[in-house]
Each structure stands twice: as C-alpha cells, then as structure tokens.
Design a binder for this molecule. Structure first.
Ligand code: RP5
Length: 160
C-alpha cells in the first residue's frame, strides 16, 4: 500500500458528494489519500488527534471541507503545520457564502488555502500540484492532465 499523502476530511457524511470530487481527481492522478469524517463541533477530540498525528503519519496536504459554521479547516490549520486546503461546502440556507466566510478569513499565522464554494476538484488539483514539486512522475501526470483539459476546450462555439 502506498504511503497516504493527502487527508481528505469533512465535517459530515453530507459533505461527501462535494468532497468526492477531490478524491476523484487524486484517483486520476495516482495520489494516495484517505477520507475521514472529522467534525470541528461534533467530534472535536477526533479533530485534535488527527491534527496532532498528521506530521508523524506522513500526511503532506490536508483537504478539509465543511459547510455552514465551517470551522474544520481553520481549526485543523491551528493544530498542524501540514498545509490545509479549505473547501467551502454549499449550504441550503446561505448558498455556501456562510461556509466561505467561515473558512477564508484566517488570522495571521494560521493560513488556509481556500477554494471556491464547492471547489473540491480544484482542491485535489492544488494538493497534486504541491506534491508534484517533489515528485517528477506526478508532475508529468499533472501536466498531461492539464494538457488534456486544454485540448478538450473547443475553439468555436456551437448552437447545441
Ligand atoms: C457541517 O455542517 C458539515 O460540514 C456540513 O456541511 C454541515 C451540515 O451537516 P449535516 O447536518 O448534514 O450533518 O458541520
């Protein structure tokens, strides 16, 4: 089994349909990851333990998604120096603006790299880009992925 490099954590099972997009990207790029439900409010001890052990377990990036009062990414960033990428999950009440504001305005010293609302795929790509700095084979796969996306964009618009 490959060493897990990325932790994909989320506040609730209900975040998985969003967060699975990060997992799908990492699958495509051959990056080893794990997925966990870790809630800042409902399982604070789990959050603390996950952050405490992140470095010693060899995690290199943590992707953290949460919605509403989305404290998970910021609290995780307070507990570990492993880079945290935050994904604001869309909410029904406030369309995810609440999630975005909860994640993006971190105080100096504890950054969270915040994606767009629902931006889990980009979180996966960001994590891959960070890992690719030290992994030439992954860098090649990421370059190929980006080239394929670029190739898929038509040059001329059509009616249908
Ligand atoms: C947050 O509350 C979770 O990240 C989720 O986005 C939101 C709603 O959670 P559930 O009530 O669906 O479990 O903690």
């Amino acid at each position: 089994m490959a060493q897990v490099q990325v932790g994909i954590i989320m506040g609730s099972q209900s975040d998985w349909p969003t967060m699975r997009e990060a997992a799908a990207i990492l699958d495509e790029l051959g990056v080893a990851y794990e997925t966990r439900i870790v809630s800042a409010h409902r399982t604070p001890d789990r959050l603390w333990e996950y952050g405490r052990a992140a470095v010693s377990r060899g995690l290199q990036v943590i992707i953290a998604g949460a919605g509403g009062a989305a404290h998970l990414p910021g609290m995780m960033a307070s507990k570990t120096r492993v880079p945290v990428i935050g994904v604001p999950v869309q909410t029904r009440a406030l369309a995810g603006v609440d999630s975005l504001y909860s994640i993006v305005q971190m105080p100096r010293g504890y950054p969270v790299a915040t994606m767009a609302i629902g931006g889990a795929a980009n979180a996966g790509l960001m994590a891959a880009g960070i890992l690719a700095l030290q992994d030439a084979a992954l860098a090649d796969r990421l370059d190929a992925w980006r080239a394929a996306l670029s190739e898929s964009i038509p040059e001329v618009p059509t009616d249908d």
